[in-house]
Design a protein around this ligand. Structure first.
Ligand SMILES: Nc1nc2c(ncn2[C@@H]2O[C@H](COP(=O)(O)OP(=O)(O)OP(=O)(O)O)[C@@H](O)[C@H]2O)c(=O)[nH]1
Ligand SMILES: [Mg+2]
Length: 635
């Protein structure tokens, strides 16, 4: 069955609640205070099942809103998820201030369709009714409620006029609007939270996307809490699942009402996140004052309400009736996805001044020139098709790449549907997949070029070094682990580079050694590493080799450049591990005595005086020790 949400709108006392009751039989004023004062204060709910002319079964959920100007914020909490507005204007009063304000709100929220009910027609004569009808037609001309597609239905709750006709028109419009999609990401903006005797914690809201089933785990935002769906009611009846477009009540486990409030959001686990900066297109109403950069406003999105600062991207001030790109910085984090609509109200006095559409709920940090790039990105993403929007988001990350989970979070779409677009872009070769990371082909090519250029440069300046270590190369390029590993794997299999242990070199470059030379290198290294600090003479080690002097010199130079061996004096060479151990030993000695003399050092290191002096001088240079007269202070 198709489910559609109908919201009332209109000035105070124009007969919204009375009309909902006449249509559904349900009194949506549920608070004692509402009944006593005869006005609506907070949202009320009702439901009705209808059959369209073509036989389609329709389930209408009604959200009845207050008309009082002081309760517009409550009206805003309910109007966010509606598909059809039942726009109520009393025949005896015509267009009044909240008729205008509610109309602007519905227009800014881009509510697709509506029906105009001209209520209290029993209170006026035929001529007056006709005059009011003309006034309303004039007021709505050219808008989404233009009389060409939106019927104006005269009604009287007292006499019962127009009620059946309204039901028929509602059924027609409801069958024409596109239903909310229950295959999208699940989101339930919470508009009420309370304890129900015998059940526990219950929240209600209009399910604006996806499906919720019994026993589902859901994420509560912005509290970052996991909750479980213990029971579900749709339109007051228990059910196993709620689908997008349904007024939904959920009995939650794992949370108490203290943790809950209107404006919070339930979503599918592990997909969405609340954000503190949102890039938007902001539209200012023609009747508003111009809006300055950095002004604070009240921001309403679905059931949430917070204060936010407005930062324009490419202008200083927004003129009435104009729109511009802006970044909103809400005081409280909220969950929004591209395409979501919002309303802004002046900070004080509080009146509706505009609204707009979310373009990017996770903008990339920027300053200075970056602001222009951000504006360019938003202009291009504003009207992009879904797959193209993904492409633009991958591109803007350049060599940093976009993680798949971030793509889901940024696009606000299900992992499955994002994967479909990823598959298409991968197939067309426009993006590459490096594990979790998506990188634009152009960025990957640039990264490859940079990597090869850096390697070439390295070989030129280090002719005697076999290659650069992986970590050094990655750090110099500033690439993330995943992209780097991906490029190295690609370039290795493409025989552009060679990897040996931790070293990378351009194919065919670097220092190449014969088998004999390799063996000699190992012998030298081994001789010094096993000797510890009691090192042999360099000339003795070299003499033991089966290769000539020129070649052994080359190997020595290599070992010294790579830092495997360290030369402290002409014939005095140590292995780096021996020196590292010495440093530790000396550092530990500090706990026993802050200063040592040469004698103590000789004992400690187990070396002769001949070696002790160069070693101590080395430690001085390395700032492990400092010479103080005949002693060494351990630093
Ligand atoms: N004569 C007449 N009176 C009506 C009609 N509809 C509503 N009323 C009366 O108008 C008053 C206000 O009606 P409500 O339905 O509470 O108006 P509302 O638009 O819901 O008001 P708020 O929710 O406070 O904005 C009540 O006294 C109703 O009895 C109608 O068709 N004819
Ligand atoms: Mg009411």
């Amino acid at each position: 069955m198709k489910s559609v949400i109908v919201g009332t709108a209109g000035h105070i006392d124009h007969g919204k609640t009375t009309l909902v009751k006449a249509l559904t039989g349900i009194d949506a004023d549920r608070l004692e205070e509402e009944k006593r004062r005869g006005i609506t204060i907070d949202l009320g709910f009702a439901n009705l099942e209808l059959v369209s002319d073509s036989g389609e079964q329709l389930r209408l959920g009604f959200v009845d809103v207050p008309g009082h100007e002081r309760f517009v914020r409550n009206m805003l909490a309910g109007v966010g998820g509606i598909d059809i507005v039942l726009f109520v204007i009393a025949a005896d009063e015509g267009v009044k201030p909240q008729t205008r304000e509610h109309f602007e709100i519905c227009r800014l929220l881009s509510i697709p369709r509506g029906i105009v009910a001209l209520t209290k027609c029993d209170a006026v004569d035929e001529d007056t009714l006709e005059v009011v009808r003309l006034e309303i037609e004039e007021f709505l001309r050219g808008s989404f409620l233009d009389s060409a597609r939106t019927p104006i239905v005269p009604a009287s709750a007292v006499r019962g006029d127009g009620i059946e006709q309204l039901q028929r028109k509602l059924a027609r419009v409801a069958s024409e609007v596109s239903a909310k999609d229950s295959t999208t990401l699940t989101r339930l903006p919470i508009d009420r939270a309370f304890v129900m005797k015998g059940f526990g914690t219950v929240v209600t809201g209009t399910l604006i996307g996806g499906t919720i089933r019994r026993d589902d785990e859901l994420q509560l935002h912005p509290a970052r809490k996991r909750v479980r769906t213990r029971g579900i009611q749709v339109h007051g009846a228990a059910t196993d699942q709620a689908r997008a477009g349904e007024r939904t009540a959920i009995n939650l486990a794992g949370v108490t009402t203290e943790d809950l409030a209107r404006g919070m959001m339930l979503s599918q686990v592990g997909t969405l996140e609340a954000t503190r900066s949102i890039d938007v297109r902001l539209q200012l109403l023609a009747g508003a004052k111009s809006l300055q950069h950095l002004t604070r406003v009240h921001l309403h999105c679905f059931a949430s309400e917070t204060v936010a600062q407005v930062r324009f991207l490419d202008i200083k001030e927004l003129q009435p009736g104009q729109s511009a790109l802006a970044q909103l910085r809400p005081a409280d984090p909220l969950v929004v996805i591209p395409g979501d609509r919002f309303i802004v109200r002046q900070f004080s006095p509080v009146v509706t001044i505009g609204g707009g559409v979310v373009l990017d709920s996770f903008p990339i940090r920027r300053s200075g020139k970056g602001a222009t790039d951000a504006a360019a990105f938003l202009y291009s993403i504003e009207n992009a098709e879904p797959a193209e929007a993904l492409m633009l988001r991958v591109e803007r990350r350049d060599t940093e790449g976009l993680r798949r989970s971030d793509a889901v979070k940024e696009l606000g779409r299900t992992p499955a549907s994002v994967e479909k677009d990823i598959a298409r872009l991968l197939e067309s070769g426009r993006i590459l997949s490096a594990g979790e990371l998506l990188v634009a082909k152009s960025a990957a090519l640039k990264a490859t070029k940079d990597l090869l250029a850096l390697l070439l440069e390295f070989h030129k300046t280090n002719p005697l070094v076999g290659g650069i270590t992986k970590e050094t190369l990655r750090e110099r390029l500033g690439f993330g682990e995943q992209l780097f590993t991906f490029l190295i794997t690609q370039l290795t299999s493409g025989k552009k580079i060679e990897v040996q242990g931790e070293q990378i070199r351009l194919a065919g470059r670097g220092v190449t050694m014969s088998v004999e030379e390799e063996r000699a290198r190992k012998i030298i290294e081994q001789a010094f590493s096993s000797a510890g600090l009691k090192v042999p003479l360099l000339k003795d080690v070299l003499a033991s080799l089966s290769i000539d002097r020129a070649r052994s010199q080359k190997i020595m130079t290599l070992l010294l450049r790579e830092g495997v061996l360290v030369k402290l004096a002409d014939e005095l060479v140590f292995h780096r591990t021996a020196l590292e151990q010495l440093r530790h030993m000396v550092a530990e000695e500090k706990s026993k005595t802050p200063r040592i003399d040469v004698g103590r050092f000789k004992d400690l290191a187990g070396v002769t005086r001949k070696h002790a002096i160069p070693l101590l001088e080395y430690l001085d240079r390395e700032r492990v020790t400092r010479r103080v007269g005949d002693l060494r202070e351990i630093l």
